[in-house]
Write a protein of this length. Structure first.
Length: 236
């Protein structure tokens, strides 16, 4: 067995090695730079709600809707579910989204700013824009499109990150496509949805549940309790 005589190691060489290790550790602990994402730990979840008295949808955090229950709000909003996650204060590479409403909240829209300074947009017949959230103007950092839709017959707007839902509203129920409003974070944290583009009927009944490990496949149409490890749904 070879015995290393540390007394023969030069001090400059040893210190140089320490400096290299220190530099490597320091570089791995650097904070986010100006070219990276907004802080992924601070976004809040935004919900869609429906006002039966005005037949329109509104969009806020759940805390904002809960707070309205204790105010003299003229509309009672029924929350219909979480839609997207976004930031409520400025951060890296995100721009403001604004909420505009007609008098009495008969229609509510979400618009992004068209000015480099992020100035509030204006829309004829709608109130002064109120800051709603901050989101990405382009698809980066695991963000997904926030699609806008409108229904002229009921003067209503809806927003969703679900492309299947968007297509059904357009193709089956006559909603108008307003394109992409902004890029937000998905509620479930998944930016890649494998089922996009499939019809609703093809999603109704999975034909098989397949073990994620290729060599351990099994058919479980009637034996759902056989699921024990990561699986994915197989459609035919």
């Amino acid at each position: 067995m070879q015995i290393i005589n540390f007394s023969t190691i030069s001090i400059p060489l040893f210190l140089n090695a320490v400096n290299v290790m220190s530099s490597s550790l320091s570089s791995s602990l650097q904070p986010r730079t100006a070219n990276t994402c907004a802080d992924p730990t601070t976004p809040q979840t935004f919900y869609g709600a429906f006002g039966t008295s005005v037949t329109s949808h509104n969009f806020q955090t759940r805390a904002a809707f809960v707070n309205e229950d204790n105010t003299a709000s003229e509309v009672i909003w029924q929350i219909q579910g979480a839609i997207f996650k976004a930031w409520t204060s400025p951060d890296t590479n995100i721009l403001p989204l604004y909420l505009l409403a007609t008098p009495g909240f008969n229609d509510v829209v979400i618009l992004n700013s068209t000015s480099p300074a992020g100035d509030p947009p204006t829309l004829a017949g709608f109130s002064t824009a109120q800051l709603l959230a901050y989101a990405y103007p382009t698809q980066i950092c695991g963000s997904v499109p926030l699609f806008g839709l409108s229904k002229a017959s009921t003067t209503d707007h809806w927003y969703t990150t679900d492309e299947v839902e968007r297509n059904v509203l357009i193709n089956s129920f006559g909603w108008a496509d307003l394109g992409i409003v902004a890029f937000v974070l998905p509620v479930d944290g998944k930016s890649n949805i494998e089922t996009v583009g499939k019809s609703m009927n093809s999603l109704a009944v999975p034909t098989q549940i397949v073990d994620a490990v290729p060599e351990a496949r099994q058919s479980c149409r009637r034996e759902w309790d056989c699921i024990s490890k990561p699986y994915y749904l197989s459609y035919q």
